[in-house]
Design a protein around this ligand. Structure first.
Ligand code: G3P
Length: 215
């Protein structure tokens, strides 16, 4: 499973990019709002740092407006794809954008049927939101498993981005479920690097080396 970073924070993106693990970035208006910068300026900077795909969200309500907005967003950089919300207007926009070769990420997916329709319309990526389903007492990861299973059955090429991941176990479960990509908040990625036995092991090796380094 590829790892994307779910943030619009430039410092976090630069840091994780340096780790050598970063395959892409997803943003949304809430994440961009935290940075208190123009979304366009922020996206251009992110797309210049990361080699892989960067998702930028379209906020229009009609298919015609979504397509126009998506063209503008996609023109910012070659690696930008456009997040389109799952709805009838969104499906129309995705099919028109697919015909133009503009990559899309259908977002706010909460069911397998929504994922089937997004793929049929020509979505490059689909983003089921795991944590938000868990929040309302559903099993968010079961939707990821089901979408991957159905896509495999029919040879569907849209890639599944497990999104709204909130903790390290979500990432492991998304990988086990066969998600193509997991988009992960920075704090969760930092937690994933660490293990108490690794920390203890580094400390002990370092202390033991101190005892013999003069020899
Ligand atoms: O990738 C979607 C993500 O940003 C939503 O996460 O935690 O707001 O449900 P969350």
């Amino acid at each position: 499973m590829k790892i994307f970073l779910d943030t619009a924070n430039i410092d976090q993106i630069r840091e994780v990019n340096d780790w050598g693990i970063l395959a892409g970035v997803t943003t949304n208006p809430s994440l961009c709002a935290r940075e208190k910068r123009s979304m366009r300026e922020c996206l251009a900077e992110i797309a210049g740092i990361v080699a892989g795909p960067v998702s930028a969200e379209a906020l229009s309500m009609s298919a015609v407006e979504m397509v126009a907005e998506a063209r503008e967003l996609a023109a910012i950089a070659l690696n930008i794809n456009v997040k389109i919300p799952m709805c009838v207007e969104g499906l129309k926009a995705v099919s028109r954008l697919a015909a133009e070769g503009i990559k899309t990420n259908v977002t706010l997916i909460f069911s397998t049927n929504q994922a089937l329709m997004a793929a049929a319309a020509g979505a490059t990526f689909v983003s089921p939101f795991v944590g938000r389903l868990d929040d309302i007492g559903n099993d968010g990861m079961a939707i990821v498993e089901d979408i991957v299973d159905v896509y495999d059955t029919y040879g569907i090429e849209s890639q599944v981005i497990a999104a709204s991941l909130r903790h390290p176990m979500h990432v492991t479960q998304a990988a086990r479920a066969g998600a193509h990509i997991g988009t992960v908040p920075y704090d969760v990625l930092v937690q994933m690097v660490k293990h108490p036995l690794t920390e203890a092991g580094i400390k002990r090796f370092s202390e033991d080396y101190e005892k013999i380094k003069h020899l």
